[in-house]
Design a protein around this ligand. Structure first.
Ligand code: PSU
Ligand code: MN
Length: 335
């Protein structure tokens, strides 16, 4: 079922869509392996009403991955979940592979620096936004949906912890649809670094930086906004005709009905950050540790709902942008 392409195993359906310039949306897999709870979640009545396709009986991470794929399909695009399985870099997973990844007992969290090692050692793991962006760019998939990207961590002046997500985005011709950067980060500094790296940051129907699962506030203004998927696609086409190798970010706020209160989040986050430093959590372990601590606090169920709701909205918007982009010219010299 797979076509071999420069060391990438591209699922036939995805390879055909790329070759025929039909819409494809990349999806990441660290969400599945490290970002979301592995127990089934019934979710609230309002959530089930908003997202009727939610599978309450299966682990929440798997239910989310399936939901994102099905939303992308319903908008007329082909989903390409990206992961490394037994050392094979997969672009588009089978139902069995998705299930395996969701229940793998010790999956790796694979960022760009880890990819070569994972292939050589035949490892299995979820790819971060950085690794997924890099692989999508290589495969010729231009649009990618995720939740909150990584960025500059609080305390960066001491830890120097800045996510590879930022640097890889600057180097890959991929448009990432997200809900801003994760609220656990230093958001003003993250925005500065995005600017320094020359990454366009477009607010989708917002002038302000979305803050992942938290209700938006007006503290961080974005320079650009777009009102429709078609407008985003036009911007992307113009961007790539001028900057064929650079990525861009489209950010939309968490759906209002599910956004979590900022003060409550900060309270829980302060505790989680204290625990992380007391336990000397460092490097790649920091983000999964903080997300798991937040999911386990008393507002955890709400935060998980918010996370899943924004992922669904982002997958939908990404698919709409991918559909629109297929009708527009893109620099023929770019990959
Ligand atoms: N956003 C989420 N859940 C996640 C992540 C982001 O809602 O699990 C993952 C993404 O894969 C992102 C990574 O690339 O966390 C960032 O990790 P780090 O800060 O170590 O670069
Ligand atoms: Mn980091």
């Amino acid at each position: 079922m797979f076509k071999q392409n420069q060391k990438l195993n591209i699922a036939t359906e995805v390879a055909d869509a790329i070759a025929q310039r039909r819409p494809v949306v990349a999806l990441e897999s660290t969400l599945l392996t490290h970002g979301l709870p592995r127990d089934p979640r019934a979710m609230s009545a309002s959530f089930r009403e908003a997202i009727p396709e939610w599978q309450a009986a299966v682990p929440a991470n798997l239910a989310t991955a399936r939901m994102m794929e099905s939303i992308v399909r319903s908008e007329g695009a082909v989903p390409a979940t990206i992961a490394v399985i037994d050392g094979s870099v997969c672009v588009g997973l089978s139902a069995e592979q998705l299930e395996r990844l969701a229940s793998e007992s010790h999956p790796k969290k694979l960022s760009v620096r880890d990819l070569g090692v994972a292939v050589a050692k035949q490892q299995t793991g979820g790819t971060t936004v950085a690794a997924t962006t890099a692989i999508a760019g290589r495969a010729g998939v231009r649009v990618f949906a995720t939740g909150g990207i990584g960025g500059v961590h609080r305390g960066w002046t001491v830890s120097m912890d800045m996510s590879s997500d930022l640097f890889t985005l600057a180097l890959s011709p991929v448009l990432v649809v997200c809900a801003g950067a994760k609220v656990l980060l230093d958001l003003p500094t993250t925005l500065e670094v995005l600017e320094s790296l020359g990454i366009p940051t477009i607010g989708f129907r917002t002038e302000f930086l979305p803050r992942f699962t938290v209700a938006p506030d007006r503290s961080l203004r974005l320079q650009h906004a777009a009102e429709s998927a078609g407008e985003v696609a036009h911007i992307a086409s113009a961007h790539w005709n001028l900057q064929p190798m650079h990525g861009m970010l489209v950010m939309q706020a968490c759906p209002e009905a599910f956004a979590v209160d900022a003060e409550a989040t900060e309270r829980h986050l302060a505790r989680a950050l204290d625990e992380a430093s007391a336990q000397n959590v460092r490097g790649a372990a920091v983000t999964p540790f903080l997300l798991a601590r937040l999911a386990a606090c008393e507002d955890g169920p709400k935060m998980v709902e918010a996370n899943v709701a924004l992922l669904q909205a982002n997958a939908r918007l990404a698919a709409q942008v991918a559909v629109s982009l297929c009708t527009l010219p893109i620099n023929p010299h770019s990959p």
